[in-house]
Design a protein around this ligand. Sequence first.
Ligand code: VG1
Ligand code: CO
Length: 544
Amino acid sequence: MHISTCSTRPFKDQRPGTSGLRKKVATFQRDNYLENFVQAILDSQPGLSGGSLVLGGDGRYFNRGAIQIILAMAAANGVARVILGRGGLLSTPAASCLIRKNQTNGGIILSASHNPGGPGQDFGIKFNTPNGGPAPEAVTEAIYRRTREITQFRILDAESVDLDSMGSCQLGEMLVDIIDPVSDYAELMSGIFDFDAIRELFASGEFRMRFDAMHAITGPYARQILEEMLGAEAGTVINGVPREDFGGGHPDPNLVHAHEIVELTRGVDAIDFAAASDGDGDRNMILGRNFFVTPSDSLAIMAATATMIKAYSNGLTGVARSMPTSQAVDRVARVLGFDCYETPTGWKYFGNLLDSNRITLCGEESFGSGSNHIREKDGLWAVLFWLNLLAIRRVSVADIVRQHWRDYGRNYYTRHDYEGLDARDAAGVVQHLQQQLDRLPGTRYGHFTVEFADEFAYTDPVDGTHSSHQGIRIGFSKGSRIVFRLSGTGTEGATLRVYLETYEDNPDKQDLPIAEVMAPLVAIAEQIGEIAKRTGRDGPSVIT
Ligand code: VG1
Ligand code: CO
């Protein structure tokens, strides 16, 4: 078969963000846009020529076309073997699982995660390293540098591969193994959790659950694991058929976008447990009857109860959370006596801590949690963790959380997103904050006194890599915090995120309406950040 060497010119905007390169579908479909980025991965990762690769995506619009291009380019660049999910599908956690299990030289995941899909919406591509995790900054920067100097790419002139037939086929010199996207992942889960106990919970007839796959990748995974392996009733998984446009929805599992499942947990006929996942299956939202578990609380509760779960029964080496995530897990770590790390936003920063066994569990406020079983956050894993916990404790979700608050205190937490801002306005807010950092400490705002104000920077304890400008932190007495940062996953304008947290150890004050508790901090954030004045917005577009 013939290999074409095509000449091309660099694009300037191919620097990966928080989680890979994300752009509008039309941008990826421009002449050579995808090809340039793929060639830059192949050029900058020496192990791939002669090596192996896991490939799959979340099934969004352009997934199949992009898979064909990547296969033909991998074959032309000497990749020896590609492990491909049938239909070109793999959830992000399943891809991580396969990279590790098959010890490949990495993986390419096609997804824009929780961003909407469809011809006018978003697409994304991400490279994962041989540990199964998102490429660290040094690797993404090397890929980016290559995109700036690229002059040609190589592609095999070949027939399309039949993505839907399992088994092996040859593409030029390259072997393509098309595998079931679910089975390896399902097997991994069955080794971590007590499936018998969860089966008994479902069989008891006293427990009703629904899982919302939001027409995204987790449908087939959840059906097989929850309904087939664990015996949850048929129909437990809703919106379970993956669609290229996610059924027109926004596959982001939060109270705003996953309102359909939220409704099922309310009212007289409310179900006991509900969960949802995002476009690529790495996020999770956990709900009980009339009860929402914040992701930060979920992480803290997992850390506090981990020894009840088979895979973690020997205890945790440590935990980590992204900087804006609430400090609830820090309190658990302090009481139970293990280390707690604070990392910049994005799963790539957990990789070294997991690889070096410094931590066992980690998570982010953005509906992501995971453990050392893979190197990505893992939506269904979190759902199974909660199911396992409920199967053992046999109390309600709300009871588990309220007990946790009594034991450790409650970190009230909320995040305000201002989406689609003019990029200069958003940068203006950050600059204005930066200018105040030196003089804020000691300033009083009502009951709150600023204890510290800084721009978060992180030095990786394993390899010494330094990451700066990771968000503005303003810390108040008694653990309250306001964090400001700009999103690195959007494709239009800028998104400003404001994260608010306050601590309450008095059990009589742990069940107050969140908006009421947060109101003073919201006002302080506005006073310090001048968000309304500088962006023209009188409130956030999404509150989670
Ligand atoms: C967001 C979240 C971050 C998460 C990232 C990728 O990034 O805040 O915590 O790791 O999305 O998640 P940002 O830069 O927009 O705040 V996913 O599910 O897109 O892989
Ligand atoms: Co995701």
